[in-house]
Design a binder for this molecule. Structure first.
Ligand SMILES: Cc1cc2nc3c(=O)[nH]c(=O)nc-3n(C[C@H](O)[C@H](O)[C@H](O)COP(=O)(O)OP(=O)(O)OC[C@H]3O[C@@H](n4cnc5c(N)ncnc54)[C@H](O)[C@@H]3O)c2cc1C
Length: 436
């Protein structure tokens, strides 16, 4: 079968490799860089900058404790230069991985002629298809505020030359928190302006309080703010003017215009798909950020894989229950989407343990915590939030165990590695101790 895939981000690239490995004739088209937003602008950039900020925090702590004589000084231009070098190296590795499966990888901007069933690249070259998969991802959403086009977005974080003295972040979600963590540790005074509540996604005031008081330094969070205007050097709000370099963390919008007259889209521009990732045109499927919903790399990959398997005649529905997510801060803040806590559960909390990356913060009482919601009748685990250095590793394995039917009382023979900061397994194993 001739399959054309547009967009070589997490959704498109994994789908392309799977289809080629299974004997299809696959063309993958990308107009910027292989790896999509994840490698080039988002996840990997946040990861690289967060690694630096965690080292700064450790170094400052060691200096304060008098253990090491070190006051870190940031060379931001050097950091961004090395991130770009690393991205180039990864481009080479994953391009090789992709073409080695038999995928034809084309660089150019794609448009679609659905009547002829052909994709046109750079207005010139034609690639006919039996089935087309759209994985064109998303771009920063610019809010309808006067002057918003002057502000930076996540796409600009590798372009700025130095750490801003003052940074005003507009938005109250994970991205706002992550950039506040990064730039405040590098020396910026940060203001976060939220239209409603900060980190509403966690649905947990204890976690929000912990993040603001213990994990974000030099950061003021302003909630229920109405923004009137963005200038070159400030944001004008209903509470007055706040000065600083302005960074938008106001979400993303789907890159779906290439099929705007071809498939149905919702009012936000997300491509509408059925549960098998098929659009309103039976030969066109879509996956990843371009369909909206949960915007993460593993979810985009899962959707891409489901779409390609359905194109190949299987009947696969992506499983959106219990999706593990992390906000990358000095300690990772890991939580679940798709949970049901209406189930008469009991909330149990365990303070974080002293261990790798927390030991030297134990004296100041900053070791994070784990919180679970367990149904004491059925022993089912309804929800987990964990703030610890190991939470982003422990949580997905816990979810696998829960999905495979494991209940809270089936962890009594769990053998951990010691020392570790994994409160999730510990709390599950000993939860009866922590009941009131
Ligand atoms: C700041 C930020 C941080 C994030 N951090 C994380 C994280 O830590 N973990 C996580 O799981 N998720 C994270 N995400 C989300 C994650 O980046 C996305 O969910 C994921 O990249 C979506 O993958 P995708 O393949 O659907 O689209 P994308 O990664 O957006 O890739 C789409 C590709 O299609 C290309 N394209 C678009 N139009 C065309 C065209 N006409 N022709 C050819 N090519 C085209 C684009 O250039 C792009 O390369 C983050 C997002 C942001 C904004």
């Amino acid at each position: 079968m001739k399959i054309v895939i547009i967009g070589a981000g997490p959704a498109g690239r994994f789908a392309a490799m799977y289809a080629a490995e299974n004997g299809n004739d696959v063309t993958l088209i990308e107009n910027k860089h292989i790896g999509g937003k994840c490698l080039n602008q988002a996840c990997m950039v946040v990861c690289a900058l967060s690694d630096v900020s965690k080292h700064i925090r450790d170094a400052e702590n060691f200096d304060e404790l008098g253990i090491l004589d070190c006051k870190p000084k940031v060379n931001y231009e050097k950091i961004t230069g090395l991130i770009k070098d690393t991205q180039k190296k990864i481009h080479k590795i994953i391009t090789k991985e992709t073409v080695n499966t038999g995928v034809e990888f084309i660089h150019g901007t794609a448009s679609v002629n659905a009547d002829e069933k052909v994709v046109i690249v750079n207005e010139d070259d034609e690639y006919p298809y039996d089935k087309l998969l759209i994985c064109t991802g998303s771009s920063p959403k610019i809010p309808n505020i006067p002057g918003a086009e002057k502000a930076l977005t996540y796409k600009d974080t590798l372009k700025i030359k130095e750490v801003p003295e003052k940074l005003v972040i507009i938005g109250g979600g994970s991205t706002a928190a992550e950039y506040a963590g990064i730039f405040s540790s590098m020396g910026s005074q940060v203001d976060i302006l939220c239209r409603s509540q900060f980190l509403k996604v966690l649905n947990d005031s204890k976690s929000e309080e912990y993040i603001v008081s213990k994990l974000l330094k030099n950061t003021m969070v302003h909630e229920n703010v109405e923004i009137k205007e963005i200038t070159d050097t400030s944001v004008i709000t209903n509470y007055g003017e706040i000065e600083g370099t302005v960074l938008l963390a106001t979400g993303v919008k789907a890159n779906s215009d290439i099929v705007k007259d071809i498939v149905e889209r919702d009012e936000k521009g997300n491509i509408i798909v059925d549960e098998y990732m098929q659009t309103s045109n039976e030969d066109i499927y879509a996956a990843g950020d371009v369909i909206g919903g949960i915007l993460s790399t593993p979810v985009s990959r899962m959707e891409g894989m489901a779409a390609i398997k359905n194109i190949m005649g299987k009947k696969i529905k992506p499983d959106y229950s219990l999706i593990p997510m992390t906000i990358t801060l000095p300690y990772d803040v890991s939580y679940l989407l798709g949970t049901d806590v209406s189930d008469n559960g009991k909330e149990i909390v365990l303070p974080g343990a002293a261990g790798p990356s927390t030991f030297w913060f134990t004296l100041e009482g900053n070791t994070g915590f784990t919180k679970e919601n367990i149904n004491l009748d059925s022993n089912e685990i309804n929800n987990i939030i964990a703030i610890s250095p190991s939470s982003n590793i422990a949580l997905p394995y816990m979810i696998k165990a829960i999905k495979d039917g494991k209940k809270a009382d089936q962890f009594d023979n769990f053998l951990e590695i010691h020392p570790s900061t994994d409160g999730i397994s510990k709390l599950t194993e000993y939860y009866k101790r922590y009941l009131d």
